[in-house]
Design a protein. Structure first.
Length: 237
C-alpha cells in the first residue's frame, strides 16, 4: 500500500492495476495526484514481483489481485495497447475488474485501459474515452465512444490518450475531495501545459502526421479490433 501509512477514514481506497507493457505515464500521472490526496493506494498485480513497463522501468506491486480490499473508492486500469490486449485475454484480470467493478465507487481508466473495462463488461451502456486510435472499439463491447479528454458517465470516469491521465486524476480529485482541493493539487504539481505544437489530437495535427501515426499503428489496432469483437461476443453470451 502506498500513499497513506495505513488505512483510515477520509482516505480514498484506490486500486491501480500494474501490468507488463503498461505505459508508465498512464500510471504515474494519476498516481502522483492520488498520492498528494493521501489516498490508500494499492498497486495490484498477480504477484508482488516487479512488473516491467513499456519504457523498461519496473514497477513493484504492493498488493496481489487476491488480497485487494473490497468496496474500493476507485478501480483504475492504465493503458499501453500491447499490454491491454494481453490483459483482455487474461481471465484472472478480467474477472478481477468484473468483480470489483460491481462495488467500486468509481470505475476508471486512462488511455487504452478503457478496452479492459469494456472486456470486463463495465462499459455496457456507458460513454467512455480512450486513445483516439482505438476509442471506437469500445462500441464492440457495448460502450459509447467519447472523444472527450475526460469522460464522466455516472460512476465511470475515463481519460483519453496518455497525458489525459493528469486531467482525469484532477477531475476525480474534485469529486473525492472538492474542486478547491483539486486546484491545490494542480498548483502543487504546477500543471499548466503549454505544448509547443497543436498536434495532440487527430483533428488538430497536420493531416500527414495523422496519416503516418494511423499507418504505423494499423497492425496493433487491427489486433485490438479483433480482441474487442471477441470480448463483445462473450459478453453477449
Amino acid at each position: 500500500m502506498l500513499g497513506a501509512k495505513g488505512a483510515g477514514p477520509g482516505r480514498p481506497k484506490i486500486a491501480m492495476l500494474v501490468h507488463p507493457k503498461m505505459v508508465l505515464q498512464d500510471l504515474v500521472g494519476p498516481l502522483t495526484v492520488f498520492n498528494i490526496m493521501h489516498s490508500e493506494i494499492h498497486l495490484v498485480w498477480k504477484t508482488l514481483d516487479p512488473v516491467m513497463s513499456e519504457v523498461g522501468i519496473a514497477v513493484t506491486p504492493s498488493t496481489t489481485l487476491r488480497d485487494c480490499p473490497e468496496k474500493l473508492d476507485v478501480l483504475f486500469a492504465p493503458g499501453g495497447l500491447g499490454g491491454t490486449l494481453d490483459m483482455m485475454d487474461d481471465p484472472e484480470v478480467v474477472e478481477f475488474f468484473a468483480h470489483h467493478g460491481k462495488s467500486a465507487r468509481y470505475v476508471t481508466s486512462d488511455c487504452t485501459g478503457s478496452l479492459l473495462l469494456g472486456a470486463a463488461g463495465l462499459l455496457r451502456g456507458y460513454r467512455a474515452a480512450s486513445h483516439w486510435t482505438v476509442r471506437e472499439l469500445v462500441a464492440l463491447m457495448g460502450g459509447i465512444p467519447s472523444s472527450e479528454r475526460v469522460c464522466i458517465d455516472r460512476n465511470r470516469i475515463t481519460g483519453g490518450g496518455v497525458t489525459a491521465g493528469i486531467d482525469f486524476a484532477l477531475t476525480l480529485a474534485s469529486l473525492l475531495r472538492s474542486p478547491e482541493e483539486a486546484q491545490a493539487y494542480q498548483l502543487t504539481i504546477e500543471y499548466a501545459p503549454e505544448p509547443p505544437f497543436n498536434a495532440g489530437r487527430p483533428d488538430t495535427a497536420p493531416a500527414a502526421i495523422t496519416e503516418r501515426i494511423t499507418a504505423s499503428r494499423a497492425a496493433i489496432v487491427a489486433r485490438a479490433r479483433e480482441k474487442s469483437r471477441i470480448a463483445g461476443e462473450k459478453l453477449r453470451g
